[in-house]
Design a protein around this ligand. Structure first.
Ligand code: SF4
Length: 93
């Protein structure tokens, strides 16, 4: 299955997010510890989402995630993992 191509808005938002990230004086929570942002455990993703609250890239990150229609990982304080994947992981755990 081919990935969905990014739209112009998504690419623009990604570039804007990249600029914000490269201008920061210190790393974001997901740069410091990326694992919880894609964890199989809901509680870890919830903690990761909470860590986004103080991230200086929060707005740009959210704009990108919306524009790209991200459906995995935690972006800008939102767990975008699909519900079916959450249920499948819960059964397997
Ligand atoms: S807001 Fe985005 S860039 Fe910042 S920690 Fe959360 S996921 Fe990472």
């Amino acid at each position: 299955m081919n990935p969905t191509p990014l739209t112009y808005d998504a690419v623009s938002a990604w570039i804007a997010l990249s600029h914000v990230l490269s201008s920061l004086e210190r790393p974001t929570p997901c740069q410091i510890d990326p694992d919880p942002f894609g964890s199989k455990r809901v509680a870890e993703r919830r903690e990761a989402a909470e860590a986004c609250a103080n991230c200086p890239a929060l707005e740009a990150c959210g704009r990108y995630a919306e524009a790209a229609g991200e459906t995995w990982l935690v972006w800008a304080g939102v767990d975008r993992t699909p519900v079916y994947a959450r249920k499948r992981r819960a059964v397997a755990a």
